[in-house]
Design a binder for this molecule. Structure first.
Ligand code: PLP
Length: 440
């Protein structure tokens, strides 16, 4: 069995950095979930990452099951990606002109995801969904957007209604600062409920520009679409002349080489019109994209009337990282992710079962999460109906044993192909004590 580290709850070096950060940054963090508010304690300030491991400011090593919330599918500082990045950086950091890596990355995406004919590169998933929404509105001449409760699409004004991720973690119904008029253009429906969708379209179908959905939601925990749900989205949107936007920022190039679409598609009712990507395709750097049907994409400036731009869009270093990452996402990588997910979900279920902790583990490809409740979770109401304090106890036990989990009960766990048997064994060794803590 692997040796288990026993780290104290106190993390003095991280705490000193947090104290400095609190003076100059709201909450001490640049993205809310990093603050550990949902689980308590001191967020660990990381100083380095190699393969499946992160090292914090106190010199403690963790098996990383966050993987930067998805991008690090090959593990940290993968040698081939590192080489691509340093080579690109040596040639200059940003040109403000077109460059070859942008073309190569776009080609790579178009080659992988069959319905995607053209893409536009941006710098974050938020920009990708924001731009996709604007494009759908411009293309249809309509303004209403349908989204699903518990789906997070970044911090776009019109999509911050009943969103998952940090919004779920902090139980915010939506965000202050979003004009009422903006929220009024968004219809929020329960996930996996086609009847609700049909009712909304029956009432306001002529006003609806698009339905946006996480291809397989991961931001309320992992809640895959019920069989036929995505088909239903496509059928209803087509009937009413609305676009379907599949947000694959999290699932893209992670669930398979072609993302969630590669696992569930093609759909008999037709493909989504637009897709959004991020995370893996940037390899840990700020690169994201939206794309899809060529006739819809042709509405974008400079060809069409929908404006969209970015000083750092298609940045040569970011695109080099993304390209190298995608090129190394071989079938062996996806096999390894599946094997690790199989091993971890089986052991997690066993240990929680032995400890008598009510739980359900849900999966979408190699993405998974555990809900501390009985019974399947099909929507956001279900996801919220879990014993969150059990998660906090579980989380801190894992952390003290050198396993870095997402600090929230509403997030997927992320794996990398660098999670070798030694790293997996360390997670397995930590599970029994964490399960007992969750039972306490
Ligand atoms: N869409 C989905 C499905 C996401 O999971 C995220 C981020 O977690 C986003 C959009 C926003 O991406 P970013 O954080 O890069 O702005």
């Amino acid at each position: 069995t692997a040796s288990i580290a026993a780290y104290p709850m106190e993390a003095p070096a991280s705490q000193a950095l947090l104290d400095r950060a609190l003076a100059v940054t709201p909450g001490g963090v640049n993205s809310p979930v990093r603050a550990f508010r949902a689980v308590g304690g001191t967020p660990r300030f990381m100083v380095s990452g190699h393969g499946p491991y992160l090292r914090d400011a106190d010199g403690r090593e963790y098996v990383d099951l966050v993987c930067s919330w998805g991008p690090m599918i090959l593990g940290h500082a993968h040698p081939a990606v590192l080489e691509a990045v340093t080579t690109a950086a040596g040639r200059g950091f940003s040109f403000g002109t077109p460059s070859e890596n942008e073309v190569a990355l776009a080609e790579e995406i178009v080659a992988r995801v069959e319905p995607v004919e053209q893409v536009r590169l941006v710098s974050s998933g938020t920009e990708a969904t924001m731009s996709a929404i604007r494009l759908a509105r411009g293309f249809t001449g309509r303004s209403v957007i349908v989204k699903f409760a518990g789906c997070y699409h970044g911090h776009v004004d019109s999509l911050l209604a009943a969103a998952g991720s940090g919004v779920a973690t902090f139980a915010l119904p939506d965000s202050a600062g979003v004009p009422k008029e903006m929220a009024a253009e968004t219809i929020v429906l329960p996930y996996n409920d086609l009847a609700a969708l049909e009712a909304a379209f029956a009432e306001r179908g002529q006003e609806i520009a698009a339905v946006i959905t996480e291809a397989s939601p991961g931001n309320m925990g992992v809640v895959p679409p019920a069989p036929g749900f995505t088909e239903g989205l496509r059928r209803v949107t087509t009937e009413h002349g609305a676009l379907l936007v599949s947000d694959e920022v999290m699932t893209g190039f992670r669930c398979s080489a072609a993302g969630w679409y590669g696992l569930e598609g093609p759909y008999a009712a037709g493909a989504p019109d637009l897709f959004t990507f991020g995370k893996v395709m940037g390899g840990g750097f700020p690169a994201a994209a939206f794309g899809g049907r060529a006739d819809v994409m042709a509405m974008l400036a400079p060809l069409g009337p929908v404006y969209q731009a970015g000083t750092l869009s298609g940045n040569p270093v970011a695109t080099a990282a993304g390209l190298a990452t995608l090129q190394h996402c071989t079938p062996e990588v996806y096999d390894r992710l599946t094997t690790v997910a199989d091993t971890l979900t089986a052991a997690l279920g066993d240990e929680l079962g032995k400890a008598g902790v009510p739980h359900v583990i849900q999966r979408a490809g190699s993405m998974f999460s555990v809900f501390f409740r009985e019974g399947a979770v099909v929507n956001y109401d279900d996801a919220k109906d879990q014993h969150v304090p059990a998660f906090a106890a579980f989380f801190h036990s894992m952390l003290s044993q050198g396993v870095h989990l997402p600090p929230s009960a509403f997030e997927a766990w992320f794996l990398s192909a660098a999670h070798d048997d030694a790293a997996v064994d360390r997670v397995l060794a930590a599970l029994p004590a964490a399960a007992s803590e969750a039972a306490a």
